[in-house]
Structure formats: C-alpha cells, structure tokens
Design a protein around this ligand. Structure first.
Ligand SMILES: [Zn+2]
Length: 243
C-alpha cells in the first residue's frame, strides 16, 4: 500500500471542510426552524386566547345584566303587590308602613337600574374592544401564515441544499484516504463541524491560540497529519495547499 501524499490529502480535506461547514450550519438552522415555528404558533395562540378571554368577560357581564333585570322585575312585582294591598289596609299606621315598604322597593329599583346601566356601558366597551381585537387578529393571522410559510419553505430549501452538499461530499470522500478520512470525521463530530483549520501568523484558526514554531515545522514536513495541541483540530498552511 503506497503512503498517501499528505499534502494532496489535506487539499482534499480543505474542500471537504468547506462543504462540511455549510452542512453543519444548515443542519443547525434546520434544528432551530421548528423551535421558531413553535414560538410563532404560541404567540398567535396567545393572541387568540386574549380575544377568548374578552368574549368570556363580556358574556359574564351579559349574564350579570340578566340577573339584575330579573331582580328588578322582582322588585316591580313587589311594588305592584304592595300597592294592591293598600286598599285593604285599615289603619293609618298600616297605610304609612306600606308606603315606606313601597318606597324601599323603589329605592332598591333605582340602585338596580344604575347597576344595569353600568353593566350596559361595560358590555358596550367590551363589544368595541372585541371588534377591534377581531380585526387585529385577521392581520395577525395573515402575518402568522406568512411567517409559517417562510419557515416551512426555508426547511425545504435547507433539505435540498443538504442533499446537494451531501452528494458533493460523497464524491470527495471517495477520493480521500480512508484512515485520514476517519481521523477527520472523528474530529469533525467532536468539534462542532470544524476539523481542519489553517495556521496563520503562528495562530490556530480553530482556537486562536499560538502554534509553536516547532509544530509549524512539523506541518511543513507533510509526513503525517499534525493537530493543534490545544483544540486537537488538524492544522494546515494555506500557502501549501493546492486547490
Ligand atoms: Zn487550535
């Protein structure tokens, strides 16, 4: 078995790394998309819930108004009944007492009527607010659907791009030495999709730490793959790579 030219292999790995950087970024974005979609859905749901709670509270006020109207009718009935009893009364004292009773009922009625008027105001205001919220929600739904479409389309686009890049990747990996590819991929998965980095001005482009001269000299020998002593990524010198 002939030993692969390390320089040639590194040139192929540089191309491979360019593809893998894109695949990694796209995969990461693809993971984020459903989370963003969920957030958009729950934002819209909470707006719908707000409208629902406005409608519930309007409904409560309507029921309260009905109760008050029933109460009012009861008092009216009581007044009529008391008035009907007036002709049967024998003494002035009884007559005065009945009059006081009727006045009491009427005072209650005017309080109840005030409550009903207040409730009617509350219901009117609620109706207006609901109307405006409904209009709002129509716009929000439009925006929601637009956002949802953008993200769903982006997910499809990402899938297409990943398929395309994976195809290109396969062609490249077929030409890379198997042992070197294995080492590269091992680092790739452990290092957030970045396995191969250049050294420039004695600095590692993976971890930005200083690469000793001795290590740079070792890279230049191209006898084996040299990795960064700090971040463990494969190192290369840009000027030595033929692309
Ligand atoms: Zn490093």
């Amino acid at each position: 078995m002939t030993k692969p030219s390390i320089k040639d292999e590194i040139s192929k790995l540089v191309q491979l790394q360019n593809i893998d950087v894109k695949i990694f970024a796209l995969s990461k974005e693809k993971i984020e998309c459903p989370k963003i979609l969920d957030a958009i859905v729950s934002e819209f749901e909470s707006k719908k819930m707000m409208l629902k709670s406005l409608e519930d509270s309007k409904q409560k006020s309507i029921l309260k108004q009905k109760d008050k109207e029933g109460e009012l009718a009861g008092k009216e009935e009581a007044v009529k009944k008391a008035q009907g009893q007036m002709s049967l009364l024998k003494t002035n004292k009884e007559y005065q007492a009945k009059l006081t009773e009727i006045e009491g009922f009427k005072a209650d009625m005017s309080l109840i009527e005030e409550d009903i008027l207040k409730l009617m105001d509350v219901i009117d205001a609620a109706k207006k607010e609901i109307e405006s919220e409904k209009n709002n929600l129509v716009n929000e739904e439009k925006k929601f659907n637009e956002k949802k479409n953008i993200y769903n389309n982006r997910i499809k686009e990402i899938d297409g791009q990943i398929v395309d890049l994976t195809g290109k990747r396969k062609i490249l990996t077929d030409s890379v030495d198997k042992m070197i590819l294995k080492q590269y991929e091992h680092i790739l998965h452990g290092k957030d999709g970045l396995a191969l980095v250049k050294v420039k001005d004695n600095s590692c482009f993976g971890c930005h730490m200083t690469v000793p001269h001795q290590v740079v000299n070792e890279i230049k020998m191209y006898d084996r793959l040299i990795t960064c002593g700090i971040c463990a990524r494969i190192l290369y010198l840009e000027e030595d790579v033929n692309l």
